[in-house]
Design a protein around this ligand. Structure first.
Ligand code: 13P
Length: 258
Protein backbone atom coordinates (compact mmCIF):
# COMPACT_ATOMS: atom_id res chain seq x y z
CA UNK A 1 0.00 0.00 0.00
CA UNK A 2 1.31 3.43 -0.91
CA UNK A 3 -0.21 5.23 2.02
CA UNK A 4 -1.32 4.14 5.46
CA UNK A 5 -4.47 5.74 6.73
CA UNK A 6 -4.07 7.50 10.04
CA UNK A 7 -6.16 9.50 12.38
CA UNK A 8 -4.68 10.80 15.60
CA UNK A 9 -7.78 10.53 17.76
CA UNK A 10 -10.51 8.61 16.04
CA UNK A 11 -10.34 4.83 15.66
CA UNK A 12 -11.44 3.95 12.15
CA UNK A 13 -14.27 1.61 11.22
CA UNK A 14 -14.36 -0.43 8.02
CA UNK A 15 -17.95 -1.56 7.54
CA UNK A 16 -19.40 -3.83 4.87
CA UNK A 17 -22.96 -3.38 3.67
CA UNK A 18 -24.03 -6.59 1.96
CA UNK A 19 -27.36 -5.03 0.86
CA UNK A 20 -29.76 -7.71 -0.48
CA UNK A 21 -27.03 -10.27 -1.02
CA UNK A 22 -26.07 -13.38 0.88
CA UNK A 23 -27.39 -16.80 1.77
CA UNK A 24 -26.42 -19.17 4.57
CA UNK A 25 -23.46 -20.31 2.44
CA UNK A 26 -22.00 -16.78 2.72
CA UNK A 27 -20.96 -17.74 6.22
CA UNK A 28 -17.73 -18.96 4.65
CA UNK A 29 -16.78 -15.38 3.72
CA UNK A 30 -16.94 -14.39 7.39
CA UNK A 31 -14.90 -17.35 8.57
CA UNK A 32 -12.35 -16.68 5.81
CA UNK A 33 -12.11 -13.01 6.82
CA UNK A 34 -11.75 -13.95 10.50
CA UNK A 35 -8.86 -16.26 9.56
CA UNK A 36 -7.15 -13.58 7.47
CA UNK A 37 -7.51 -11.04 10.28
CA UNK A 38 -6.06 -13.47 12.81
CA UNK A 39 -3.09 -14.36 10.59
CA UNK A 40 -2.31 -11.03 8.93
CA UNK A 41 -0.78 -7.82 10.26
CA UNK A 42 -2.81 -6.22 13.03
CA UNK A 43 -5.39 -3.81 11.62
CA UNK A 44 -5.84 -0.60 13.62
CA UNK A 45 -9.51 -0.30 12.65
CA UNK A 46 -12.74 -1.88 13.83
CA UNK A 47 -14.40 -4.24 11.36
CA UNK A 48 -18.14 -4.63 10.82
CA UNK A 49 -20.31 -6.63 8.43
CA UNK A 50 -23.97 -5.71 7.90
CA UNK A 51 -25.65 -8.67 6.19
CA UNK A 52 -29.37 -9.02 5.46
CA UNK A 53 -31.31 -9.46 8.72
CA UNK A 54 -31.83 -13.16 7.94
CA UNK A 55 -28.09 -13.74 8.43
CA UNK A 56 -27.35 -11.60 11.51
CA UNK A 57 -27.57 -14.50 13.99
CA UNK A 58 -25.68 -16.95 11.80
CA UNK A 59 -22.86 -14.54 11.00
CA UNK A 60 -22.57 -13.44 14.63
CA UNK A 61 -21.94 -17.09 15.41
CA UNK A 62 -19.43 -17.39 12.55
CA UNK A 63 -17.59 -14.28 13.74
CA UNK A 64 -17.23 -15.56 17.30
CA UNK A 65 -13.72 -15.10 18.67
CA UNK A 66 -12.79 -12.62 15.90
CA UNK A 67 -12.84 -8.83 15.84
CA UNK A 68 -15.67 -8.80 13.30
CA UNK A 69 -18.86 -7.15 14.58
CA UNK A 70 -22.24 -7.73 12.93
CA UNK A 71 -24.87 -5.11 12.17
CA UNK A 72 -28.25 -4.58 10.52
CA UNK A 73 -29.04 -2.50 7.41
CA UNK A 74 -32.23 -0.82 8.62
CA UNK A 75 -34.66 -0.88 11.54
CA UNK A 76 -38.16 0.29 12.37
CA UNK A 77 -38.51 3.24 14.73
CA UNK A 78 -40.78 1.33 17.14
CA UNK A 79 -39.58 -1.49 19.42
CA UNK A 80 -42.44 -3.87 18.46
CA UNK A 81 -46.00 -3.88 17.14
CA UNK A 82 -48.22 -4.35 14.10
CA UNK A 83 -45.69 -3.56 11.36
CA UNK A 84 -45.66 -6.52 9.01
CA UNK A 85 -42.28 -7.22 7.49
CA UNK A 86 -40.40 -4.73 9.63
CA UNK A 87 -37.64 -5.43 12.12
CA UNK A 88 -36.94 -3.39 15.24
CA UNK A 89 -33.59 -2.26 16.59
CA UNK A 90 -34.28 -4.38 19.68
CA UNK A 91 -34.70 -7.47 17.46
CA UNK A 92 -31.40 -6.80 15.71
CA UNK A 93 -29.70 -6.39 19.07
CA UNK A 94 -31.28 -9.61 20.29
CA UNK A 95 -29.98 -11.42 17.18
CA UNK A 96 -26.41 -10.30 17.90
CA UNK A 97 -26.08 -6.97 16.09
CA UNK A 98 -24.06 -4.12 17.58
CA UNK A 99 -24.70 -1.56 14.82
CA UNK A 100 -27.42 -0.64 12.34
CA UNK A 101 -27.23 1.41 9.16
CA UNK A 102 -30.03 3.98 8.84
CA UNK A 103 -30.89 6.36 6.02
CA UNK A 104 -28.93 4.61 3.30
CA UNK A 105 -29.63 6.36 -0.02
CA UNK A 106 -31.24 3.19 -1.36
CA UNK A 107 -33.76 3.30 1.51
CA UNK A 108 -34.25 7.03 1.08
CA UNK A 109 -34.94 6.48 -2.64
CA UNK A 110 -36.76 3.11 -2.66
CA UNK A 111 -38.82 3.63 0.50
CA UNK A 112 -39.21 7.41 0.55
CA UNK A 113 -37.41 7.77 3.88
CA UNK A 114 -37.20 11.40 4.93
CA UNK A 115 -34.67 12.92 7.33
CA UNK A 116 -37.32 12.77 10.08
CA UNK A 117 -37.86 9.04 9.48
CA UNK A 118 -34.10 8.43 9.48
CA UNK A 119 -33.72 10.37 12.71
CA UNK A 120 -36.48 8.32 14.38
CA UNK A 121 -34.69 5.13 13.29
CA UNK A 122 -31.37 6.43 14.62
CA UNK A 123 -33.09 7.25 17.93
CA UNK A 124 -34.48 3.70 17.97
CA UNK A 125 -30.97 2.33 17.49
CA UNK A 126 -29.72 4.34 20.48
CA UNK A 127 -32.71 3.22 22.56
CA UNK A 128 -31.84 -0.42 21.79
CA UNK A 129 -28.14 0.02 22.53
CA UNK A 130 -27.01 -0.18 18.90
CA UNK A 131 -24.58 2.17 17.19
CA UNK A 132 -26.43 4.03 14.42
CA UNK A 133 -24.58 4.50 11.14
CA UNK A 134 -26.41 7.47 9.64
CA UNK A 135 -25.94 7.87 5.87
CA UNK A 136 -25.98 11.13 3.92
CA UNK A 137 -25.07 11.94 0.34
CA UNK A 138 -25.95 14.08 -2.65
CA UNK A 139 -27.27 12.94 -6.02
CA UNK A 140 -25.39 13.71 -9.20
CA UNK A 141 -27.89 16.43 -10.14
CA UNK A 142 -27.45 18.09 -6.76
CA UNK A 143 -23.70 17.91 -7.14
CA UNK A 144 -23.82 19.41 -10.65
CA UNK A 145 -25.98 22.22 -9.30
CA UNK A 146 -23.33 23.00 -6.67
CA UNK A 147 -25.67 21.97 -3.85
CA UNK A 148 -23.56 19.24 -2.25
CA UNK A 149 -22.72 20.98 1.02
CA UNK A 150 -26.23 22.38 1.47
CA UNK A 151 -27.81 18.98 0.89
CA UNK A 152 -25.43 17.25 3.29
CA UNK A 153 -25.95 19.99 5.91
CA UNK A 154 -29.73 19.60 5.72
CA UNK A 155 -29.54 15.79 5.90
CA UNK A 156 -27.23 15.93 8.93
CA UNK A 157 -29.38 18.47 10.76
CA UNK A 158 -32.54 16.44 10.15
CA UNK A 159 -31.24 12.89 10.51
CA UNK A 160 -28.97 12.95 13.55
CA UNK A 161 -30.50 12.54 17.01
CA UNK A 162 -29.77 15.25 19.59
CA UNK A 163 -28.43 12.56 21.92
CA UNK A 164 -25.75 11.45 19.41
CA UNK A 165 -22.30 10.83 20.88
CA UNK A 166 -19.04 9.64 19.37
CA UNK A 167 -19.74 6.18 20.79
CA UNK A 168 -23.33 5.86 19.63
CA UNK A 169 -23.40 7.46 16.18
CA UNK A 170 -21.27 7.13 13.04
CA UNK A 171 -21.86 9.33 9.99
CA UNK A 172 -21.37 7.82 6.54
CA UNK A 173 -20.93 10.13 3.55
CA UNK A 174 -21.97 8.28 0.42
CA UNK A 175 -22.36 10.35 -2.75
CA UNK A 176 -25.32 8.65 -4.48
CA UNK A 177 -23.61 8.84 -7.88
CA UNK A 178 -20.56 6.97 -6.55
CA UNK A 179 -22.53 3.98 -5.20
CA UNK A 180 -22.00 0.88 -7.30
CA UNK A 181 -20.74 2.89 -10.27
CA UNK A 182 -16.98 2.53 -9.95
CA UNK A 183 -16.76 6.34 -9.86
CA UNK A 184 -15.40 8.14 -6.82
CA UNK A 185 -14.93 11.81 -5.96
CA UNK A 186 -11.34 13.04 -5.94
CA UNK A 187 -9.49 12.99 -2.63
CA UNK A 188 -9.82 16.80 -2.58
CA UNK A 189 -13.59 16.62 -3.02
CA UNK A 190 -13.90 14.01 -0.27
CA UNK A 191 -11.73 16.19 1.99
CA UNK A 192 -14.00 19.21 1.41
CA UNK A 193 -17.19 17.34 2.24
CA UNK A 194 -15.72 15.55 5.26
CA UNK A 195 -14.33 18.83 6.60
CA UNK A 196 -17.80 20.39 6.28
CA UNK A 197 -19.36 17.39 8.05
CA UNK A 198 -16.77 17.63 10.83
CA UNK A 199 -17.47 21.34 11.26
CA UNK A 200 -21.23 20.70 11.48
CA UNK A 201 -20.72 17.88 14.00
CA UNK A 202 -18.42 20.02 16.15
CA UNK A 203 -20.85 22.91 16.08
CA UNK A 204 -23.77 20.76 17.22
CA UNK A 205 -22.11 18.14 19.42
CA UNK A 206 -18.92 19.94 20.56
CA UNK A 207 -16.27 17.45 21.76
CA UNK A 208 -18.43 14.47 20.77
CA UNK A 209 -18.63 15.83 17.25
CA UNK A 210 -14.87 16.08 17.10
CA UNK A 211 -14.50 12.39 17.91
CA UNK A 212 -17.46 11.08 15.88
CA UNK A 213 -16.46 8.77 13.04
CA UNK A 214 -17.14 9.93 9.50
CA UNK A 215 -16.98 7.10 6.96
CA UNK A 216 -16.66 7.48 3.21
CA UNK A 217 -18.73 5.13 1.03
CA UNK A 218 -19.16 4.69 -2.73
CA UNK A 219 -17.06 2.37 -4.92
CA UNK A 220 -14.38 1.76 -2.29
CA UNK A 221 -12.10 -1.04 -3.50
CA UNK A 222 -8.76 -2.49 -2.41
CA UNK A 223 -7.09 -0.39 -5.14
CA UNK A 224 -8.41 3.00 -3.96
CA UNK A 225 -8.88 2.39 -0.22
CA UNK A 226 -5.47 3.61 0.95
CA UNK A 227 -5.83 6.92 -0.91
CA UNK A 228 -9.41 7.55 0.26
CA UNK A 229 -8.75 6.47 3.85
CA UNK A 230 -5.75 8.82 4.09
CA UNK A 231 -7.96 11.88 3.47
CA UNK A 232 -8.31 14.09 6.57
CA UNK A 233 -11.54 13.45 8.51
CA UNK A 234 -12.12 10.12 6.79
CA UNK A 235 -12.38 7.67 9.66
CA UNK A 236 -13.15 4.52 7.74
CA UNK A 237 -15.27 3.17 4.92
CA UNK A 238 -18.76 1.88 4.23
CA UNK A 239 -18.30 -0.72 1.52
CA UNK A 240 -20.94 -2.35 -0.68
CA UNK A 241 -19.89 -4.67 -3.52
CA UNK A 242 -16.29 -5.13 -2.38
CA UNK A 243 -17.40 -6.32 1.08
CA UNK A 244 -19.05 -9.47 -0.27
CA UNK A 245 -15.82 -11.38 -0.79
CA UNK A 246 -13.47 -11.84 2.16
CA UNK A 247 -10.42 -11.29 -0.04
CA UNK A 248 -11.58 -7.88 -1.35
CA UNK A 249 -12.82 -6.71 2.03
CA UNK A 250 -9.55 -7.74 3.62
CA UNK A 251 -7.75 -5.71 0.97
CA UNK A 252 -9.68 -2.60 2.04
CA UNK A 253 -9.00 -3.24 5.73
CA UNK A 254 -5.34 -3.30 4.60
CA UNK A 255 -5.48 0.52 4.43
CA UNK A 256 -5.32 0.38 8.22
CA UNK A 257 -2.51 -2.12 8.59
CA UNK A 258 0.77 -0.61 9.65
P1 13P B 1 -20.49 0.22 -3.33
O1 13P B 1 -19.26 0.03 -2.47
O2 13P B 1 -20.94 -1.06 -3.98
O3 13P B 1 -20.34 1.36 -4.27
O4 13P B 1 -21.70 0.59 -2.34
C1 13P B 1 -21.51 1.59 -1.40
C2 13P B 1 -22.63 1.54 -0.44
O5 13P B 1 -23.75 1.89 -0.80
C3 13P B 1 -22.37 1.08 0.92
O6 13P B 1 -23.43 1.36 1.78
Amino acid sequence: MAATAKSPRVKALVAGNWKMNGLKASRKEVTALAKRLAKGKRASCDVLICPPATLVGLLKEAAKGSKIAIGGQDCHAKPSGAHTGDISAEMLKDAGASHVIVGHSERRADHGETDAVVRAKAEAALRAGLVAIVCVGETEAQRDAGETLTVIGTQLAGSLPDAATAKTVVVAYEPVWAIGTGRTPTADDVAKVHAAIRAALKKRFRGEGEAMRILYGGSVKPSNAAELMAVPNVNGALVGGASLKAEDFYGIIGAYQA
